[in-house]
Design a protein around this ligand. Structure first.
Ligand code: CU
Length: 110
């Protein structure tokens, strides 16, 4: 009888810990850049997550330029990467600074 109620208490405690931990853990996402394109071009993430763009080209540098704010990464070269954390929900359309035809979108859910 006493053993059972202790086990129940432990289970409830573990569940609460798991839920709190799950909400606090931010995820990492990757977007590869190959042949003048972002892949995936559209990405849906949760607020607090980080996206890393990886230049997978042979010799071309690219950037990530957010159209709405003008915020732009530095140019990054083949093998290099650039990361941004998205704390606010919203739609973040972007393109490549030197190659405006390259377009991408990050949707950040609350
Ligand atoms: Cu580019």
């Amino acid at each position: 009888m006493q053993t059972k109620s202790i086990a129940r208490g432990l289970r409830a405690g573990l569940l609460a810990t798991a839920l709190a931990g799950g909400a606090a853990v931010a995820a990492e996402h990757e977007v590869r850049i190959v042949q003048y394109a972002y892949a995936p071009a559209e990405l849906t993430i949760k607020a607090g997550d980080t996206v890393t763009w990886i230049n997978g080209e042979k010799r071309v540098s690219h950037s990530v330029l957010f159209s709405a704010t003008g915020e732009e990464s530095e140019r990054f070269f083949p093998g290099e990467r650039w990361s941004r954390t998205f704390d606010q929900p919203g739609r973040f359309e972007y393109r490549c600074g030197p190659h405006p035809e390259m377009k991408g979108l990050v949707v950040v859910e609350p």
